[in-house]
Ligand binder design. Structure first.
Ligand code: CA
Length: 235
């Protein structure tokens, strides 16, 4: 079964180019010129897309709204944002809302295809633990069910955040460089920028509540999960 990619893009030339290139690469595609058209079809479709390529600037609704909407409908669908130059802030918000990655316009069709494949891999490959439960202090991850709790309370994480946290929880105290994390999460796709990791870390830190300060940044080196120095575990 070919993987299904839906494209939401109001510029006909770009939409048709994306569709053609993806179909040449074996994907099954549908294109939509407006958010409304996409949302209607999504509701009706029996086979939902595996990945949605989303232009941020749409005529009837912001692509950012669509990310929110999609995440509510089905959080397991991969989302790849496309944004024009000068929309840096939208990209960051897009990632914060749960998009997996973004591509700045103009982009090469080959790059787009490799990003789509990377998003699919992230959503399909499971994390590597030996047991299905990973735990560090009050952070508990059920990797079989992609379910995370902090001190017994459920925390909604995106697929990427979950895998990132699983790596850190499995190796407490160990320092991971950005390059190392990118390699583990995305098989070292060169195109993925450091900034992507930063955004996922920032978002994860907010969701970790009391443990947020345990997800430490070591300037110029990388990240680790550990108690900040001088603070001891209460138990
Ligand atoms: Ca547009």
């Amino acid at each position: 079964m070919p993987e299904i990619v839906w494209i939401v893009e109001d510029e006909t030339d770009i939409r048709e180019l994306e569709k053609t290139v993806l179909e040449e690469n074996g994907f099954s595609c549908r294109g939509f010129a407006t958010a409304g058209e996409f949302m209607r079809s999504f509701q009706e479709a029996t086979k939902k897309p595996d990945v949605v390529i989303l232009d941020i600037m749409l005529p009837d609704r912001s692509g950012l709204d669509l990310i929110r909407w999609l995440k509510e409908k089905n959080p397991s669908i991969g989302i790849l944002c496309i944004s024009a130059r000068g929309e840096e802030i939208d990209r960051v918000i897009g990632l914060d809302l749960g998009a997996d990655d973004y591509i700045p316009k103009p982009f090469s069709p080959r790059e787009m295809v490799s990003r789509v494949r990377a998003v699919l891999r992230r959503h399909q490959s499971s994390p590597p633990p030996s047991s299905s439960i990973l735990q560090w202090e009050g952070i508990r991850l059920d990797t079989a069910r992609f379910h995370a709790t902090i001190d017994g309370e459920e925390v909604p994480l995106t697929a990427t955040e979950f895998r990132l946290l699983a790596i850190l929880v499995e190796n407490p105290g160990q320092v991971f460089s950005r390059e190392n994390l990118i390699e583990r999460l995305w098989n070292n796709e060169k195109a993925i920028m450091d900034r992507t990791i930063d955004v996922h870390i920032k978002h994860l830190r907010e969701k970790l509540k009391n443990y947020g300060s345990c997800l430490q940044t070591l300037r110029g080196i990388g990240y680790k999960l550990d108690r900040p120095q001088g603070i001891r575990s209460s138990d």
